[in-house]
Design a protein around this ligand. Sequence first.
Ligand code: HEM
Length: 510
Amino acid sequence: MSIPALNILAALGVGGAILWLYLSPTRVSLHLPPGPKPLPILGNIRDFMSLEQLWVLATRWRDQFGDVCYLTVLGQGIVFLNNAEAVTTLLEKRGAIYSDRPYLVMTNELIDAGKLIIFEGYNEKFRRQRKLMQHTLGPRSIPAYHPMMRTETASFIRDLVKDPGEYMDHTRKYAGGLMLSVLYGYKATHNGDEFLRLARECMAFLANEVTSGSGVWPVDIFPVLKYLPAWMPGGGFQRKAAYWKKTMRRLADEPFQHSKTLFDQGVQTVSFCGDALQGGIDAEEDDIKWTASSMYIGSSETTISTVSHFLLAIISYPAVLAKLQLEIDTVVGRNRLPDFEDRPNLPYIEAVLSETWRWGVPAPINLPHRVVEDDVYDGMHIRKGSLVLANIWAILRDESIFSDASEFRPERFLEEKDPQILEKMEPRKYIFGFGRRACPGADLVESSIWLLLVTMVATLDLFKPLDDNGDVIEPDIDYGSNAKFRIPSRFKFDVRFRTSQAATLMESGQ
Ligand code: HEM
């Protein structure tokens, strides 16, 4: 089997320990949703053998079989939902049975990553963590973080002007720095900061090795292997797991320890952990640490995707940048920076943000939701234990709603339309996932990304660079084999401050 196929299956959380499901008497059902014909035992493994991204494959199956498709791998059912109606009905309205996550020996036992909410089943601990997140990331808490957003935004823009080629690293530092302030009251001053590095390392092994790049772990197919000692031939995975487990624990412990030290020194911070230590949050220390860590880890790749797509859009569509700058100059002027109170008066930047999320779709397929009971949808049997995935990319490229869907055209959100159509067009209904598992960071990024984008266009000119012959260098984009996030490959652009005033405002960090 090719590695890309394994990547996709691992990203879905498909192990083989569920072989019994295939052999169970309920497997033969005429009412399962349609899909590509499976092989005996192996199921649809060969259908996943493709160099294409999972969302592109899923869209092809939709074209062939319909909006709801069903595939199996080693007996594990996988349901793809390709329209808004199915997603809303199953993942939202029937959330009580569609909110579990798959359980994998490598992820949940050997590494203990289930302590992060993202891998946690639908249980009591999940509910405790979600409640804690609501406290920190709910809409009423966000204004308290505005000063941190302004500081991190100014720092990002200075970094970008100094070295535009490293825009991905600057974005990672921006996202990580903001979360370190919000969660721990910690200020990261440079990209080499140890807490930023730790988060980067954990994100890299979680996304590229534990649940993806190395493919399906044999221990997930044969759980008995978890007893294999690390020193035995084939036991290398145990050593890796032990190191990853230790590193994730460091990520949970060390920034938290920093908050504790601040607290012991009598320093009060506006932060999740600071608040918890001051008695403002009633929870066990372990829950606080791992909830903070979950939020920290959840923010980075999606922010990199959003910022990369925005940069790509404005260098590719210079008329959009010109229109944005005209709006800002007219409403805000050039003597100060735009701020949150200006937001209602800047409709075009609003449309650009919506279009960035529609066109970019940071996570084109949501994380797998596991259905815990047999269910029926539109006359089709949704089998208990199936992993249910929404093809968010297909929903946001639906030509019947978004004409010229592959074009970046913010105006589509400003045109007069039937309110029902406008409601269907709202990308935030989809990009943050669904129901009880919907992204808890949505309100935070709604504010932080808005400020980042509006400040960029107010202060910077960004454009495609020229080569030595004076010819424009066009971005050459691919999306690699990442099965979770849609991040365009690195591209080049030039950037400079629009005015000396803008440079001064940014240098003073306001
Ligand atoms: C543009 C930015 C973002 C996008 C597009 C995004 C998208 C998503 C999606 C699609 C999911 C899966 C939902 C599902 O399974 O139905 C998710 C989960 C999650 N996100 Fe985000 N996210 C973003 C930013 C953030 C930020 C800033 C944070 C932290 C503050 C965060 C924390 C999380 C966590 C902890 C989960 C797991 C929730 C659970 O399993 O219950 N995300 N996000």
